[in-house]
Design a protein. Structure first.
Length: 307
């Protein structure tokens, strides 16, 4: 036991090491370099988080096979840092995990080598793939994004449709027709689907004795329309209507005038994409008047006359 302790103490006294691939009892790591020939200085630590038990190595190739020289122990957070300017590690977040102190952490032992690749020039980049269905075109479909940076995808959505995220391994989110990834730490992909935008039209229908407010809804981007009834609807007229959202989750409103009594304002609400409607009592304090248009929305006036 005493001999083993002394051996480890002697290893701890070694601070620097020269030729790549050379290993003996003084070394913490066995490092074999291959691939593209180059000369790069690196630091290796048995614990890259602290870091402690570190040594400097000079490697002569950009593909590294790293194991420890200490038998019988697994090092789960060994660390590597590139000292030579203009070089970086490939596949950050995949082959090793970047830590805040500048080391990239990996797992290794004497019997289990870790393969790492060094890149010359520029930051490590990863591929971000984006795709859409037949109504959504994602641009660019493929892009390279620097490690820990974000990428942006612009969506061209067919008229009458709204884009939604179908699957996503890039993090981030969708705002309007622009998708921004989260910080990129590896290859990822995002796909988009589409739903039809609910279209609405408002007006009135002539009956024998009066005019009744009318709402028409299209759930297939305007190809077909259906008149919708409103519970408790008096005689009157709708002047405008609009829907926010897509599909069955769209919120729709219609405004106009009630022709009964003192002709108070008329407001109808749908919370299921225009499938069902109900008059709203929230403006019951108004005894007369007309609601002409919702905020920042252009009124759509359609007159429906029965045949």
């Amino acid at each position: 036991m005493l001999k083993k302790i002394l051996a480890h103490l002697s290893v701890a006294l070694v601070l620097l090491f020269g030729q790549s691939g050379y290993a003996d009892s003084r070394l913490f790591f066995n490092v074999a370099s291959s691939g593209v020939a180059d000369n790069v200085s690196i630091n290796l630590c048995l614990n890259g988080k602290v870091p402690v038990s570190c040594q400097q190595y000079n490697v002569s190739g950009l593909t590294l096979s790293i194991s420890t020289a200490i038998p019988g122990h697994l090092y789960p957070v060994a660390g590597i840092k590139i000292n030579t300017p203009g070089y970086t590690l490939a596949n950050l977040g995949v082959d090793c995990n970047a830590f805040s102190n500048g080391y990239c952490l990996f797992k290794t032992s004497k019997t289990s080598s870790k393969l790492l690749t060094i890149l010359k020039g520029g930051a490590q980049q990863y591929t971000v793939n984006a795709s859409g269905d037949s109504h959504v075109t994602a641009t660019p479909s493929t892009q390279r994004v620097n490690f820990n940076a974000t990428g942006v995808v612009t969506l061209n959505v067919a008229s009458g449709y709204a884009a939604n995220i179908a699957s996503n391994t890039c993090g981030g989110g969708l705002s309007g027709n622009h998708f921004t990834t989260g910080p990129i730490t590896g290859p990822c992909s995002v796909s988009f689907s589409s739903t039809t935008v609910v279209l609405s039209a408002a007006g009135y229908i002539n009956t024998t004795n009066d005019r009744l407010p009318l709402i028409a809804i299209s759930t297939d981007s305007g190809t077909t329309w259906a008149a919708k009834s409103v519970r408790g609807l008096p005689a009157g007229i709708f002047f405008s209507t609009s829907c926010t959202g897509s599909g069955s989750s769209a919120i729709c409103t219609a405004v106009g005038a009630d022709y009964t009594g003192n002709e108070p304002p008329l407001l109808a609400i749908s919370a299921d994409g225009g499938a069902t409607w109900a008059t709203n009592s929230g403006i019951g304090f108004l005894s007369s008047g007309v609601l002409m248009r919702q905020a920042a929305r252009v009124a759509v006036r359609v007159r429906f006359v029965p045949r």
